[in-house]
Design a protein around this ligand. Sequence first.
Ligand code: ATP
Ligand code: MG
Length: 332
Amino acid sequence: MQICVIPGDGIGPEVIAVATAALRVLAPDLTIKEAEAGWAVFQRTGTALPETTLALAREATAILFGAVASPSHPVPGYRSPIVELRRTLDLYANIRPTVGNEVDLVVVRENTEDLYIGRERLEDDGATAIAERVITRAASARIVRTACELARTRQAYGHPGKVTIVHKANVLRVSDGLFRTVALEVAADYPELTFEERLVDVAAMQLAAQPQRFDVIVTTNMFGDILSDIACIHGGGLGVAASSNLGHGRALFEPVHGAAPDIAGRGIANPTAALNCVVMLLDWIGRPHAAERLRSAITAVAAAGIRTPDVGGQATTREVADEILNQLSAQM
Ligand code: ATP
Ligand code: MG
């Protein structure tokens, strides 16, 4: 099985080096191929996502992605490589787990349509701005099915098997009305799960105040974007949050954080989010035992107080990495 590793820019290479080292220990049989993407390669070659990278990403079963820096103002020819990868590979489901004190939930966000399709225009000599929102039956059905399958898998591990369908169908009667109708149709195929509906504003409030009542949340693209950042609060912050993008038997795993230019090169980036990506990757390729080994190593190292400054410690990336690898070899 082939894994494509794309470290990217900023702290991407720093945290991905740690994640790759752990992956090599936990799954030595995997073929790991490294590839370039991002701002640095754009400046050198004029493309942020070289053809060779795209080819390796297509060949791979799973992709481990670090972070890419994006220019703060539009640069001609620069297209975000992560957006390009999601689109080209049709990675339609964005999955963001949050695990914290009494909280264990996953936000499943549709990744390909909604207001984010980029169909915006000005009318009335610039006095009116219009954005189109597209919701399709096909995309709604596959995202809800992804959420249901995930809830069912989690149920086998003791989770409640509950799916919360989030929409705003009382106002967006046509577009969210379609999403809601399709979601309820798909739900009928999963009698072993329980379903509930929430309007997005209520869901946001409850996710902030009572996150322990959720298991799997499924929603459209923009609502999912916002809700997954709210969920993040309960999970120990940007330094630990991981996510995946799934579609067509392929998956891309990436930390929620970005390139973090303010701390890049200082050796203090928290590698936990990247390591949690490896946990998700191992689970996804069907190696729950290896995933559990890494999960317990991460927990043990944090419990021993070996933490980077963002989570209240004084350790460097290197020190956390060494401890993780020590833990993994001590488990043997
Ligand atoms: P980008 O534009 O690539 O998203 P950013 O400036 O928004 O970059 P983020 O990576 O989103 O930076 O991070 C936001 C803040 O959180 C920064 O101050 C950063 O230093 C901190 N941060 C993010 N990830 C980590 C990490 N892994 N370890 C420590 N601090 C982090
Ligand atoms: Mg950011």
